[in-house]
Design a protein around this ligand. Structure first.
Ligand code: AMP
Ligand code: MN
Ligand code: MN
Ligand code: MN
Length: 284
């Protein structure tokens, strides 16, 4: 195909930590001119069949998607999976296992917040949860905004939910190797999500890209709502260096919180191979 395609291959619904249904997201993507869409809920495929049906109803092309939480040298890294079989038993089992610790973690987060005087945060966060297996920091952030502790979710993360802050609980997610293998054995492609967001040294970043490739990973997000224009260029260069194909996605979560709207980012730089070229046979 071409790099000039309005593809949005990263966003979240109520099935993880977004606020819109898969149907409402499809409608919004279509209104914004998205031609190829993927819903990529965290650690969960529960919205995939609905998203595909809604995409078809709007005449959009669709790739299956998910965003797997991974722990790599002590940090959380996100790996997007695209174009896999959404009924693959091993992928479903791997994601179920990855979701497993979220309930316990949420109760510990709540205990941490109670120590600084924020009561009943677990119950408060639950009110925002669309999928009981997927309680996330985002739901706590929405509760703290609703209860007036902070003005916006970004501020909640900064003050309460990131490393060293009272509501932060260290967590061990999937391994990089497992996440990449689950996706690829299900017929899909693994893609490093928003690489500029991680706080790695250059050597650690090199290790991430090298090991990711070694495990069979093929793609990297270059144009994402998490990157600046300068970072598009940095990661376009890194994609070429590592022989990775490039992806584009807004990481849209909510009309009230996301500053990047579905389908509105710049196109991929022209000298890259887009993920949708390699995944042509997986597009529905
Ligand atoms: P969790 O998987 O529970 O650790 O939650 C991670 C989610 O929190 C990410 O997918 C984002 O949606 C959200 N998030 C992380 N950092 C921030 C931030 N600084 N501001 C707003 N949302 C954030
Ligand atoms: Mn999220
Ligand atoms: Mn992410
Ligand atoms: Mn995301």
């Amino acid at each position: 195909m071409t790099t000039i395609l309005n593809a949005d291959l990263h966003c979240h619904s109520v099935v993880s930590d977004g606020t819109l249904t898969p149907e409402a997201l499809a409608n919004r993507a279509s209104t914004n001119g998205v031609e190829l869409w993927a819903l990529t809920d965290h650690d969960e495929l529960g919205g995939q069949h609905r998203a595909l049906a809604a995409a078809k109803a709007h005449g959009m092309k669709y790739l299956t998607g998910t965003e797997v939480s991974v722990t790599f040298i002590g940090q959380t890294v996100h790996i997007v999976g695209l174009g896999f079989d959404a009924d693959d038993p091993q992928l479903l089992q791997g994601l179920r296992q990855t979701r497993g610790g979220r309930g316990q973690r949420a109760m510990e987060m709540s205990d941490g917040l109670a120590k600084v005087g924020i009561k009943d945060a677990y119950e408060g966060a639950l009110k925002f949860v669309g999928n009981p297996e997927l309680i996330s920091r985002t739901h706590f952030a929405r509760f703290l905004v609703e209860s007036g502790v902070c003005k916006e979710t970004n501020e909640v993360f900064r003050k309460y939910l990131t490393e060293g802050k009272p509501g932060f609980v260290p967590h061990r997610w999937a391994t990089l190797k497992d996440a990449v293998s689950w996706i690829t054995q299900a017929g899909g492609m693994a893609v490093i999500a928003h690489p500029a967001r991680y706080k790695f040294t250059p050597n650690q970043e090199f290790a991430l890209f090298t090991e990711f490739k070694g495990h069979g990973g093929q793609g990297v997000e270059v144009v994402t709502g998490s990157h600046t224009a300068a970072e598009y260029l940095t990661y376009a260069e890194l994609a070429r260096e590592f022989g990775l194909v490039a992806s584009r996605g807004s990481d849209f979560h909510s009309p009230d919180e996301s500053h990047t709207e579905l389908g509105t980012l710049p196109y991929l730089p022209g000298n890259l191979t887009p993920v949708w070229d390699v995944l042509a046979s997986r597009i529905q």
